[in-house]
Design a protein around this ligand. Sequence first.
Ligand SMILES: Nc1ncnc2c1ncn2[C@@H]1O[C@H](COP(=O)(O)OS(=O)(=O)O)[C@@H](OP(=O)(O)O)[C@H]1O
Length: 316
Amino acid sequence: MTDMRRHRSGTARITRLRLSFVREQLSDLSNSDSSSNNISIANNYGSKKFPQAIIIGVKKGGTRALLEFLRIHPDVRAVGSEPHFFDRFYDKGLEWYRNLMPRTLEGQITMEKTPSYFITKEAPRRVFSMSRHTKLIVVVRDPVTRAVSDYTQTLTKSPGLPSFQNLAFRNTTTGLIDTSWSAVRIGIYAKHLENWLRFFPLSRLLFVSGERLVTDPAGEMGRVQDFLGLKRVVTDKHFYFNQTKGFPCLKKPEGSSRPRCLGKSKGRPHPQIPSEVLLRLRDFYRPFNLKFYQMTWPEFWLGLNSYSPKLSETVV
Ligand SMILES: Nc1ncnc2c1ncn2[C@@H]1O[C@H](COP(=O)(O)OS(=O)(=O)O)[C@@H](OP(=O)(O)O)[C@H]1O
């Protein structure tokens, strides 16, 4: 091969590589959760590493938005779909898990997100035995709204589902909450966090506010990039508020012809739930929220304070 032809084929390969990289970064934004599974990765450079950082929860907290926003960062490579290794597929072994990871170059970090890890009893020990240095990110959202969001998702799949209140209460007359219903149980953040703190110090965890991820995505992304030791590349210039969707979306990313919002399953309208049901649930969560604030103090105080207006009077 002449020098010129070698040069041309090298340039073409790099262009292909860049294109596939950009395509992967953009995947998952306007389609379904696992759309990036279908995109072939032409990148044969670098190596597959265990994730140095994992978004471990919470379900319906805003985990997809966070991962997609992070994927704009050139030093972040992430699996598009949820691997569910530490909860469902642990018996497949660590090599199986590592193989799912995208290749990374020196200085890039590998990430994945599987929100069910947060509530999986065995997950903290398993992640710890992979690496005690793993950074853990938890996106938390008002547990009441989170429960309604969770219910909305199930309702979409099973339209004949009983009403929210039928599932939330063990006894409608006494107002006893059914904590065995997963939509309720997931929101008891303090209980799940205890399991993680048996293995990881608080400094290894970052709590991201699901609410602020919507109202101030750039601000929240600043905290996340600092935590991950990344340069603050993702900033307010990457976001715009899409009035139709009612959520922040990504401005026209480089290499793409149009702006991108998350898919239809993210930011769905919620069914109307009677206000007394929501109030009862809010009362139920109050002590658990308080415990969660105490456990995560001072890290998350400002973010979660708004979940219960009375809380600041109780604590301060
Ligand atoms: N930018 C942007 N666009 C769309 N949606 C956004 C965004 N930021 C946060 N959210 C909120 O993310 C909620 C879904 O959370 P998850 O991605 O963690 O859900 S899942 O557990 O992976 O199913 C989803 O919940 P619902 O509103 O109930 O659909 C959204 O409120």
